[in-house]
Design a protein around this ligand. Sequence first.
Ligand code: C2E
Ligand code: MG
Ligand code: MG
Ligand code: MG
Length: 278
Amino acid sequence: RAKDAGRQRFVLFDDSLQQTALDILELERQLRSALANDEFEPFFQPIVCLVDGHTVGYEALIRWQHPERGLLLPADFLQVAEDSGMIEDIDWHMYRLACTAATALVRDGGFITLNISPRHFRNEDFAPRLLALTAQTGFNPAQLRIEVTEGTLLGDPEAVTRVLHHLHAAGVQIALDDFGTGYSSLGYIHRFPLKMIKIDRSFVEPLGGEDTQRSRAIVEAVIALTGSLGLDVVAEGIETPAQRQALIDMGCTYGQGFLFGRPHAAGHWRATGNGHPR
Ligand code: C2E
Ligand code: MG
Ligand code: MG
Ligand code: MG
């Protein structure tokens, strides 16, 4: 019976029809049980140097091994987790697993990144708790980067600045994720202790195709900006050699995407010997 219900749900969510209040409650129930039953797992996707392809770090991305529906992506559950507030517990669980699994991945150097939900910045305890987690798992904070979005930075700039400076002082670097999809004002960027900007996949996708003028202009502007601020720039969602080449020609240093590697469990990268970042 539970299995039938699971199937029905699968169809509902998969067709992305309007979710009823009941569906959301059911998903919340399943998320709680997923936490209790340890069904979340960090996957890792390499971030590479575009010119020579060597791995410089990995982004940790949450996955849910659902007992009936199989491997679920953030798109299947993150919104409900955010809205219910459950994302805080889920993220802390995920961050612990990620730091533990990644220790071997970055033993010889390189970094991992964690995606930070905006909710955490409402919590004064976030920075000390993250640093305590690195201490407990033996993960070097200098090899940790956190990914935040433009929306997060602007939500409560003063509170966010305090948290970021606290982490930055302890060696944690800050990356601005999905750049270009949020607020278009670039003026605020220098106010935060950023190390890296990730250009959103939507600007990378058209590159190397027919009509790339607009995306090119935006990507070139971002690369110029990051260069003058001394920040690392990473292009997200690179799928083709043409996109990679276009980005190299524009002076982009780092990239991430299916062309270089899909997200996999840490064991995959250890096993393939691809895990030698410098
Ligand atoms: P994001 O941080 O922008 O992560 C990049 C997303 O692009 C990932 O999706 C990744 O699998 C996907 N991607 C990478 N390369 C390619 C490519 O070449 N082509 C295409 N089409 N996609 C590519 P994913 O893993 O489904 O994650 C989606 C979003 O969920 C992430 O976007 C991030 O905002 C959020 N997220 C992931 N893990 C966590 C987590 O542990 N905590 C929180 N709070 N959010 C997370
Ligand atoms: Mg990210
Ligand atoms: Mg992103
Ligand atoms: Mg995103």
